[in-house]
Each structure stands twice: as structure tokens, then as C-alpha cells.
Design a binder for this molecule. Structure first.
Ligand code: FES
Length: 140
């Protein structure tokens, strides 16, 4: 191998390591911890669109997030990502067990989005919900 071939081979090897390293890093970021979109939105509880939230156990979907009314208290709302981390089905809220349930294979998440049953490999993301009058802000 001459000097030119050596530098060419070395440059290709370094580029391969850099690309491989960033690929591994991106895989780590996408596969660790709670899964869900980054959001920051408000909803008006007076809107008929969100009327299910007027009763305990009601829920709605907004921008990839399921918002559920977990109690009759003013701040009795909770929001987590709506997409199951197993195969991507949409979770529902089960008021009786205070959990989020995936209808596809029985994956179950607690109110913090942690997996408590079934095959989901990762938690779903929990969002901050704040209420100001009839306006809910969901962010995270
Ligand atoms: S897609 Fe949710 S448990 Fe399989």
C-alpha cells in the first residue's frame, strides 16, 4: 500500500466509524426511556370537542396525546402519549383500573406511563397538565 492508498483507506475508515457512532447514538436516544412526541398546546374545556373530559373516566386524543379525566377534582387530568410502544396501537383510558390499556395485545401502562403488563418494551411519555380556568395546557 502506497502513501496515497493509506490515506484514502484511513479516511474511509474514520468516516465509517463516525457514521456508525452517530447511528448507534441515535438508536440509543430513540430506544431508551418514555416514548412520545414533544408537544405544547392548549385546549378549551368549554369546547364540545373536549366534552368527554367533563366526566371522570372520559378521555380525548390531541396531537398524539391522550388526555384523561382521572377525578372530579379541578386538576384531575392526566396526559400521556397515545401510541403504544409495542406495535403502535392507540391506547385507551381504563377508569376502573386507573391505567392506559392497549387494545391490540393487552399492554397496560400506569398513570405515569410505566409498563405494568403486556409486551410494550418502553414506557409512554407523561406530560405536564396545568389548568387555568377552562383552559388546559399540555406540555412536555
Ligand atoms: S401494540 Fe400495544 S400491546 Fe401490542
Amino acid at each position: 500500500m502506497n502513501r496515497k492508498q493509506f490515506f484514502k483507506t484511513t479516511a474511509v475508515a474514520i468516516a465509517g466509524i463516525a457514521v456508525g457512532g452517530s447511528f448507534v447514538e441515535s438508536c440509543k436516544k430513540s430506544s431508551n426511556g418514555p416514548q412520545g412526541p414533544t408537544v405544547n398546546f392548549t385546549i378549551d374545556l368549554n369546547s364540545s370537542t373536549y366534552s368527554p373530559l367533563s366526566v371522570t373516566g372520559g378521555y380525548v386524543y390531541v396531537q398524539g396525546v391522550i388526555i384523561a379525566r382521572i377525578s372530579s377534582l379541578l386538576d384531575g387530568f392526566i396526559a400521556v402519549a397515545q401510541t403504544c410502544t409495542h406495535n403502535g396501537c392507540t391506547v385507551t383510558f381504563a377508569a376502573g383500573s386507573q391505567s392506559f390499556v392497549c387494545p391490540c395485545h393487552g399492554g397496560t401502562y400506569d398513570l405515569n406511563g410505566n409498563v405494568i403488563a403486556g409486551p410494550p418494551p418502553y414506557p409512554i411519555k407523561r406530560y405536564t397538565v396545568t389548568r387555568n380556568g377552562n383552559i388546559l395546557t399540555v406540555a412536555g
